[in-house]
Design a protein around this ligand. Structure first.
Ligand SMILES: Nc1nc2[nH]cnc2c(=O)[nH]1
Ligand SMILES: [Zn+2]
Length: 451
């Protein structure tokens, strides 16, 4: 039994039943008839065995009648982590999937994103995306907003209001716009990023942090990339961008930065690869570039729906893991059309099987490994693993209460299945009807409370 030192009056609630999560050693650890206590700060105070109820209730000062007992087909799992999602693109998700990346950006993305100087429009879309992702079990989201500072601040406010843990980035781009006015001057981009960070930090939202967000190398001059790297370094901030998503993009980057050794080298030279960096995609990175990721502590976000939908490429996750590069899953809405990490889990498994079809020597990912990517892996990739990602004592209680046999839900159970089978069925067949409650930092955020 593991505990942290807590005074006896500190427990907010206790739950008993099956808990599943990942650790560094085990992709899937199943704790049957476990007892987990959450303290008044929303942190996990203890996790022990159900049969230890008497002793735990005495040492932590809670009444055994106050324990919530999970049902037979229920379990708790850690909240899922979307390490890469474009909040404004939620407005057209599920459409516009008929072009490769660079044409797709010019035709659909930039015209839509340019509308977000309209705060009413931004409020509508951002409220929808935060609610939808929370209902889908995304307790932590790493968001790209747009170039508009005030609308980006609004996204931070909405995530805070609904209780979602979030990294929010005001997008920076000072060249290669195809849409008039959807770019900034280099100075404006720096000043507005600075204002965004300062104003967001001043709000003191407990779960929302700013992230420095150069869109990708083709959208930013080297001067801007270098300034953003400096700003992130001086203020110890998170960084996010895109890298090596599609071959046409990789060729273009070579032309734009003729003096750089690789795509990764460009970001590295500008101080944009740190242990608080997350780069989306990386489908076409070389092994040398992965070594540089490993050395700097930078992470990758695997967005398989997007990689397939935009015909960008297939990331070899096994190779990334072999290089010990931190890795999480991302939806990449709207390049990826689904705002659910459950979908990312399925696409990651499919993509891994495609690699096995192409090369039978390839070691296919297991569902347990992908479960870890969706939870603990995501928290490590975002450098938030001291706060979230699994049920380790001292971390915040970010969790999903899953009922695999939820009435009216998508899963039929024929017999009494073991927890491992329940999890596998949920990952492959489940949806928001099975996610009956969502907790972030010990607070129940789904079902939504009445306004
Ligand atoms: N998928 C995707 N790739 C990008 N690269 C630069 N911007 C974007 C974007 O919005 N989506
Ligand atoms: Zn993206």
């Amino acid at each position: 039994m593991k505990t942290s030192k807590k005074s006896v009056t500190d427990i907010r609630f206790v739950c008993r039943g099956t808990f599943v999560h990942s650790t560094a050693e085990e992709a899937l650890q199943i704790l049957e008839d476990a007892l987990l206590g959450v303290d008044s700060k929303g942190k996990i105070a203890f996790i022990g065995e159900g049969t230890d109820l008497q002793r735990l209730s005495e040492s932590f000062g809670f009444s055994s009648s106050a324990v919530t007992q999970l049902g037979q087909h229920e379990f708790f799992m850690p909240g899922m982590i979307d390490t890469h999602i474009h909040a404004p693109q939620y407005s057209y998700t599920g459409t516009a999937l008929d072009m490769p990346l660079l044409q797709w950006l010019n035709t659909y993305t930039f015209p839509v994103e340019s509308r977000f100087q309209d705060l009413e429009f931004a409020k509508k879309v951002y409220t929808q995306v935060v609610k939808r992702t929370l209902r889908n079990g995304t307790t932590t989201a790493c968001y790209f907003a747009t170039i508009h500072t005030d609308a980006s601040l609004l996204l931070g406010q909405i995530a805070n209001d609904f209780g979602q843990r979030a990294l929010v980035g005001k997008v920076c781009m000072d060249r290669n716009d195809s849409v008039k006015h959807y770019k900034e001057s280099s100075e404006e981009s720096q000043e507005e990023t600075y204002r965004f960070i300062k104003e967001l930090l001043n709000k003191k939202y407990p779960l929302v942090k700013p992230v420095v967000t150069p869109r990708f190398a083709p959208s930013c001059t080297e001067a801007l990339l270098a300034k953003l790297g400096e700003m992130a370094k001086n203020n110890k901030l998170h960084i996010q961008s895109h890298i090596s998503e599609n071959l046409e993009e990789v060729e273009w980057v070579k032309e734009l930065f003729p003096n750089s050794e690789s795509y990764t080298d460009i970001y590295h030279k500008c101080n944009l690869l740190t242990d608080k960096t997350i780069m989306a995609h990386g489908c076409h990175l070389s092994d040398e570039e992965l070594v540089l990721f490993r050395k700097t502590g930078a992470a990758l976000s695997h967005c398989p729906n997007s990689n397939i939908s935009l015909c960008s490429g297939v990331l070899n996750v096994r190779n990334v893991l072999n290089h010990k590069v931190k890795l999480g899953l991302g939806t990449d809405v709207a390049g990826g059309y689904s705002p659910s990490i459950l979908d990312a889990v399925r696409r990651a498994l499919d993509s891994s099987k495609v690699l096995t079809i192409q090369d039978p020597e390839h070691k296919t990912l297991s569902f347990e490994e992908v479960f870890r990517l969706a939870t603990l892996g995501g928290s490590q990739a975002l450098s938030l693993d001291e706060r979230t990602g699994n049920f380790q004592v001292g971390k915040d209680f970010d969790a999903l209460r899953v009922n695999v046999a939820a009435p009216g839900g998508p899963i039929d159970l024929i017999q009494n299945e073991k927890p491992q089978i329940l999890l596998e069925k949920f990952l492959n067949l489940g949806d928001d009807r099975n996610i009956v409650e969502v907790f972030v930092a010990g607070k129940k955020v789904v079902p939504f409370s009445e306004p």
